[in-house]
Design a protein around this ligand. Structure first.
Ligand SMILES: NC(=O)C1=CN([C@@H]2O[C@H](COP(=O)(O)OP(=O)(O)OC[C@H]3O[C@@H](n4cnc5c(N)ncnc54)[C@H](O)[C@@H]3O)[C@@H](O)[C@H]2O)C=CC1
Ligand SMILES: O=C([O-])CC(=O)C(=O)O
Length: 263
């Protein structure tokens, strides 16, 4: 039986746990100090709850971060230093160049991989393949109901009470988007790292009170031709910021632990 450690046990991680394949066991949760005691009561003996990588007793086959950019910065390096492959959803942390280099070097030294998950979007494979031949431009638009932006830096840019129609409240680069909106725009960083980079990928963020889904629209043009892709993703019931597909992309990595055929 292969084992997985989750870093963070919020909306996304709970969904992945609920759907884990039978041959993968959640052995450990690396939780925040605030939630550790509550999780110990909830999980009983079945899952070990720790708050630091140093407390790890049995090494899992893979660790998946689903806790936020700061948590990735807190635990990512230590996970890799234990030779544990690492799945990452808070890809926006890679906007911090020093951290990105340190994480990359640690993985290389230890001989393990970092899996940057596609998260809430699709088409990362195609964008990455196209980038090898040359991409002229990549544009990402993220549209959510205002509830999907609340609690972020958007609060300073949007007057929620008077918002009646679809409104672009941010235009900038993927680097700016993923660092200004760390819980809502990690996909901008993922698309950028697959394609033309964090400073060349154009991003527009939109609040639309009529929306019940999170809409991700990507346009990429280059030597290969043109890609235009739109995802109308259902948010997780527990967290309107997070599209359910992001959880399923982490679930996919759990499946891949036992898969010979890697799609
Ligand atoms: N790439 C993508 O498509 C997406 C990425 N994300 C990223 O995934 C993260 C998780 O999303 P949700 O589960 O919806 O958020 P959530 O807020 O429901 O859960 C986050 C969990 O992480 C825990 N946590 C926070 N700091 C921690 C730390 N230092 N160590 C251990 N645990 C810690 C919290 O206690 C909470 O249980 C988001 O913060 C965002 O960075 C979210 C949506 C899409
Ligand atoms: O789940 C989504 O719709 C995208 C998201 O929050 C992120 O990229 O951080």
């Amino acid at each position: 039986m292969k084992t997985v450690m989750f870093i963070g046990y919020g909306s996304m991680a709970r969904k992945v746990h609920e759907m884990l394949p039978k041959d993968i066991k959640l052995s450990t949760i690396l939780a925040s100090a605030r939630s550790a005691e509550r999780l110990k009561r909830e999980m009983g003996e079945s899952v070990t709850i720790i708050t630091a990588v140093e407390e790890l007793i049995k090494t899992p086959d893979i660790a998946i971060e689903m806790a936020g950019q700061e948590a990735l910065k807190e635990h990512g390096l230590k996970v890799l230093q234990k030779k544990i492959p690492l799945g990452v959803v808070s890809v926006g942390a890679f906007t911090d160049e020093k951290f990105a280099v340190a994480l990359h070097d640690a993985a290389k030294t230890q001989g393990v991989n970092i899996h940057l998950l596609a998260g809430a979007v699709a088409g990362i494979d195609g964008i990455n393949a196209a980038s090898l031949a040359g991409l002229d431009k990549v544009i990402y638009q993220g549209r959510k109901n205002p509830s999907g932006w609340r609690g972020s830096y958007a609060d300073e840019l949007i007057d929620y009470d008077s918002l009646e129609q679809s409104t672009i409240f941010f235009t900038g680069t993927a680097r700016e988007a993923a660092s200004l909106f760390p819980d809502n725009s990690n996909v901008a960083a993922t698309i950028a790292l697959a394609g033309v980079g964090l400073d060349e990928t154009q991003v527009e963020l939109i609040a639309d009170p009529a929306l019940t889904h999170n809409i991700h629209h990507i346009v990429a043009e280059g030597v290969f031709g043109k890609l235009e892709l739109s995802i109308t993703g259902l948010p997780l019931a527990e967290n309107p910021r997070t599209s359910s597909l992001a959880a399923f992309s982490a679930l996919r990595l759990c499946h891949q632990v036992n898969q010979v055929l890697q799609l």
